[in-house]
Structure formats: structure tokens, C-alpha cells
Design a binder for this molecule. Structure first.
Ligand SMILES: [Zn+2]
Ligand SMILES: [Zn+2]
Length: 431
């Protein structure tokens, strides 16, 4: 499109440089000046162009005539020229290139970061899915074992019911058959009597009555009682017995007890007391810390036991290596052969690491379940009331360990601390 004469054509970025180019020297204006016809030239170019001309002069671009050599400095155009000149200078271009390449590097690096983050997210999702799938297999397996117990119990009980039902039916069936036999004999006799009645010559020879035993009454309540009993309760007891591992019935090893610990006669209760018991010397005994072990040690398989701590404000419990030093004051940590959970000040629970690791609990468990998996090297602590996990050591002991307990020393005027080993009543474990 042609530009209107005299007026600069509408600028786009590309043509701005052309608009600001002098028609005489074909370069960007230097000290641009404007003639009355609105055309611009470098001050030096138009001065040189008009030099030597006397009288009227013309515009080199539109040929308009002027009476004298007159022009005006155009500061606005001068400023625009400076802008264009500086924006196309080498330094400016180099700066631009530098900024461009820096931005490119920065954006590429940000993009790499995000791609890396996506990869991490996908890896995480894979891990979650894999762990989820493994756990599903585990949960299914555990429930399959429980279902199997239930199915076996059910099949066994139905089988017994069928046998008893058959026995009862057979009893009645035998009675029925004997009765029918007796009726047939009676009918024979009746027939004989009737025939004799028609031609009476002599009394017929009759067979004596066949005796039919009376069948005892079917006692519905005796028959049903076994099956109408609280089946869920009975089955629960059998399932409880089938638990693997079932709760171990631990006892304290008196030979390991610190002299300040008194052990009950049945060896299930340890009480810390002021008066020290005089013991015979024993290499198993704890001499510095108020500790005691159970008599039962474990080095393979899975084991579970429960400890009643009640509302005691302070205790330590867990497992200890068979080899722990009993004579010195040792900090309880896995490095020293102890995997423990501890309570301090009535409400602060800590995992026995070095340093201690705080365990935040919402409630104060009265009974602690300790689960030991020797093969997987795991020691876990549970609130035995709801089996919520309190704390887990995933790098547990190697070699033989013993259940470990410390009732700790009570403060003045507190009642003596006790630790009790939970035994399930034998009735729950009986057949
Ligand atoms: Zn010029
Ligand atoms: Zn002109």
C-alpha cells in the first residue's frame, strides 16, 4: 500500500528503520531536521545538498521549492533514531543473544527438572502399586488361613451332625422294621385263626408274639444342644488356639532380676521395691539397671506376647540380646542389643534408639503387645487393646533374644511400679 505523500507511512517494527533513514545518505538520521514539506534529512546532508545554491532551494525528495534555506530540528525523531540505533548496536545484539541463550538454558533446565519430577512421581506410583499388591497378597493369605480354620470347623461340625442324625434315624429305622416284622407275624396268626374258624377241627399252632423293644423317645433338646450352643464363642476359642503365633505365656527369669525387683510366686509379675533381695551371685543377673528378662528366649520364628503396664508412669520393655552386659549401666539401643519402647513422665513414649525417638500416641495403652519376627528381624509394639502399631524396629536382632522388661524406679510416694505378663486363661486355649 502506498504511503500518503508527505506523511511517514504507518510503521511496523521492520519499516521503522526505513522511516528513520535519510534519503540522501541512506543511513539513519544524524541530527535530523525537518523541512516545511515535512521531509527529514540529516542536518549535514541537507546543508551539503544546499551548499553553493543561492536563492530558492528545493527538497531533494519532493522537489518542493523554498525561498530560503530553512529547517527545524526534530527532537522527537532524533530520540527515535537514537532508540533504533542503540537497539541495533553490536553490544545490544550481543546482550540480547546472551539473554536469549541464558533464558534457553534456564527454561531447558526447568523443563528437565519437571520431566525428572514426573519420572519420580511415576516411580512413586509404581512403588505404591507394588506395595499395595504385596499387601493385598498378604491380607488375602492371612484371611485365607482364617477362612480355612472356619471352613474346617464348619465341615467338621456338619459332618458330626450328619453322623448323629444318621444314628438317630437308624435307631428308629431298626425299631420300625422290627415292628413291621411283628405285624406280619401277627397277621399270619390272625389268618390261621380265621381259617381255623371256618373248619374248626383243632386249635391252630400259633407262633408266640414277637417282642418289640421300645425305642427311647427322640430327645430333641439333647440332640440339638451341641449345635444350638454359642457356636461363635466356641469357634472363636478354637480360632484363638489356632493363632500363629499365639500369645506366648511368658514367665520371668528370677535369676536375671535386679535385686530391687521382686517377682511374684507364679513368675508373671515383677514389682520394683525399696528393699533389695539378697541373691546368690549369678552371671545372668542385672546388677546396675532395674531390669529383668523372661525365661523364654527366641532365635527363630515369630512370637507375640502381651505385657500389662497399667497406669504406671514409667517403664521400658522389648527384647534384649542374650549377650547383653548385665553388670554395667548400658544405654538401651539396638547398637547395645536392646530393642525397646519406653514411657516417661506418664505420657511421653520413646523408641529406644540413640538418641531416643519420640513416639506420638493419642492414648495411653495399658497393655502392650510385642511382636518379634526373628527371621524378618522385626520388633513391633502394639496397643494390645486395638492392635494399633505404636513403634517398629525394622532392623531387629540377629541371634537369640529374651523378652526384656524394666519397671523402673518409682518417685517418692508413688505406688511401686509393676509389670505383668499377660496369660490368656487356659479355658480360652482348651479344646
Ligand atoms: Zn543524510
Ligand atoms: Zn520534500
Amino acid at each position: 500500500m502506498a504511503a500518503a505523500p508527505g506523511a511517514p507511512p504507518p510503521s511496523t517494527k521492520g519499516s521503522l528503520r526505513e522511516d528513520l533513514t535519510c534519503a540522501i545518505c541512506c543511513d539513519l538520521f544524524r541530527e535530523p531536521v525537518m523541512l516545511s514539506c515535512m521531509h527529514h534529512f540529516c542536518k549535514a546532508c541537507i546543508s551539503r545538498y544546499w551548499r553553493g545554491t543561492q536563492g530558492p532551494v528545493t527538497c531533494p525528495q519532493c522537489r518542493k521549492e523554498f525561498r530560503s534555506k530553512q529547517f527545524q530540528t526534530n527532537y522527537l525523531v532524533a530520540a527515535m533514531v537514537e532508540k533504533v540505533r542503540s537497539s541495533t548496536s553490536d553490544t545490544h545484539i550481543r546482550n540480547l543473544e546472551k539473554r536469549l541463550s541464558e533464558s534457553l538454558v534456564s527454561y531447558n533446565s526447568r523443563k528437565e527438572d519437571l520431566i525428572c519430577s514426573i519420572r519420580k512421581d511415576k516411580d512413586k506410583m509404581d512403588i505404591i502399586k507394588r506395595v499395595g499388591a504385596d499387601l493385598q497378597v498378604h491380607v488375602r493369605g492371612e484371611f485365607r488361613a482364617l477362612h480355612q480354620i472356619l471352613q474346617e470347623e464348619e465341615a467338621c461340625m456338619l459332618d458330626q451332625l450328619r453322623r448323629e442324625e444318621e444314628e438317630e434315624l437308624e435307631k428308629v429305622q431298626r425299631h420300625l422294621e422290627a415292628t413291621e416284622l411283628a405285624i406280619r407275624e401277627l397277621e399270619n396268626n390272625i389268618k390261621l385263626l380265621q381259617q381255623s374258624n371256618i373248619a374248626l377241627t383243632e386249635f391252630p399252632q400259633l407262633r408266640p408274639y414277637a417282642e418289640v423293644d421300645t425305642v427311647p423317645d427322640f430327645d430333641i433338646s439333647a440332640f440339638s444342644s451341641k449345635y444350638m450352643a454359642p457356636l461363635q464363642y466356641i469357634t472363636w476359642r478354637r480360632m484363638f488356639k489356632a493363632l500363629k503365633p499365639g500369645p506366648a505365656a511368658l514367665t520371668f527369669d528370677v535369676d536375671t532380676a535386679h535385686p530391687s525387683i521382686h517377682v511374684s510366686r507364679d513368675k508373671t509379675m515383677a514389682v520394683e521395691c525399696d528393699v533389695m533381695t539378697q541373691h546368690t551371685s549369678n552371671s545372668k543377673r542385672f546388677l546396675q539397671c532395674v531390669n529383668i528378662l523372661a525365661a523364654q528366649g527366641f532365635q527363630s520364628g515369630r512370637h507375640y506376647w502381651e505385657v500389662e503396664v497399667g497406669s504406671s508412669p514409667k517403664w521400658d520393655l522389648g527384647v534384649a540380646s542374650a549377650t547383653v552386659n548385665r553388670e554395667a549401666r548400658i544405654k538401651l539401643s539396638p547398637e547395645n542389643g536392646y530393642w525397646t519402647l519406653r514411657l516417661r513422665n506418664g505420657g511421653e513414649y520413646w523408641a529406644g534408639t540413640q538418641p531416643w525417638t519420640r513416639v506420638q500416641l493419642r492414648s495411653s495403652p495399658q497393655r502392650i503387645g510385642v511382636y518379634l519376627d526373628c527371621d524378618e528381624r522385626k520388633v513391633a509394639f502394639y496397643d494390645a487393646d486395638d492392635m494399633s502399631l505404636l513403634c517398629l524396629f525394622s532392623k531387629g536382632p540377629r541371634g537369640k533374644v529374651f523378652p526384656f522388661f524394666s519397671p523402673c524406679i518409682s518417685e517418692n510416694r508413688q505406688k511401686p511400679h509393676t509389670v505383668k505378663l499377660v496369660h490368656y486363661p487356659s479355658v480360652a486355649l482348651a479344646n
